[in-house]
Design a protein. Structure first.
Length: 265
């Protein structure tokens, strides 16, 4: 059976997070090995690995947490904290729904450009490349996508923007070629508190079906700041979050770039 995600893809996924100086590498590596040894399907292993990466900042706020079950469902993880068995349900809040599809297309384009560079000379081009695109760039048609792949390939070879690429920034990587989009902070990029409240309501409905053997069940809502679909600068009408009613014992909102955490309940 053909793997949905290759080992190389998983390495690249983890490598991007290694660039974050806050990453707690040893526990992440240990948890990933545990997931690899499980009987889960490759697709589920990839999902679980991505989820535990999103909880990296959470582990800095709760360093005593020890995950006991990484492959369960409802909740996503079971951990031990201060002699209590804690169920942790993880969910990502998408701030820009219209960008989710664009980001998926971008990742496919990046992978094709990575393959071209690796086939030519992995040693010469290995590194992490952060690309900034011109605002008018389109990725809709296959022709546009193919043209953009070539422009990305040329930009990295020349170490300067070509075609759709406005600028290129390179960071060291000892093994692979990895391409991603440049992080840019919009000072007015707000995350509406209603989106967070809607997510909590959806999770509240599923609460009765969660593992009842845990002492407490926590809900962790994550903004994945490495994703252009999930980024935000500030939470609009943050005071509305104080009005939340939920059977979850604790609710947090977490962003995984600087590790800021908001206690909602």
């Amino acid at each position: 059976m053909k793997k949905t995600f290759s080992d190389e893809d998983l390495i690249k996924n983890l490598s991007l997070y290694y660039l974050n100086r806050h990453l707690k590498k040893k526990p992440i590596e240990k948890y990933h090995r545990t997931i690899d040894e499980s009987p889960l399907h490759d697709r589920e292993k990839y999902r679980k690995k991505s989820e535990i990466l999103l909880l990296n900042s959470f582990m800095h706020h709760f360093p005593e947490v020890r995950f006991e079950n990484l492959t369960c469902e409802s909740p996503d993880f079971i951990a031990k904290l201060n002699d209590k068995k804690i169920g942790i349900e993880l969910t990502e809040v998408i701030n820009h729904l219209e960008m989710k599809k664009v980001e998926s297309t971008l990742n496919k384009i990046f992978r094709q450009a990575e393959i071209l560079l690796e086939q030519e000379d992995t040693t010469k081009y290995r590194g992490v490349y952060f690309l900034e695109f011109h605002h008018h760039v389109k990725f809709d048609s296959l022709e546009e996508q193919q043209e953009n792949i070539i422009n990305i390939y040329k930009s990295i070879k020349k170490n300067k923007g070509v075609g759709c690429v406005k600028s290129v920034r390179k960071s060291f990587h000892r093994r692979n070629v990895f391409i991603t989009h440049e992080y840019s902070m919009n000072l007015f990029d707000e995350l509406c508190s209603e989106k967070i409240l809607e997510l909590i309501e959806k999770k509240n409905e599923k609460f009765p079906y969660y593992d009842t053997s845990v002492d407490e069940c926590w809900l962790v809502i994550v903004s994945d700041m490495n994703s252009i679909a999930s980024r935000y600068t500030f939470i609009q009408d943050k005071e509305h979050l104080k009005e939340v009613k939920s059977p979850f014992h604790k609710i947090f909102h977490l962003e995984n770039l600087c590790g800021n955490i908001t206690s909602i309940k």
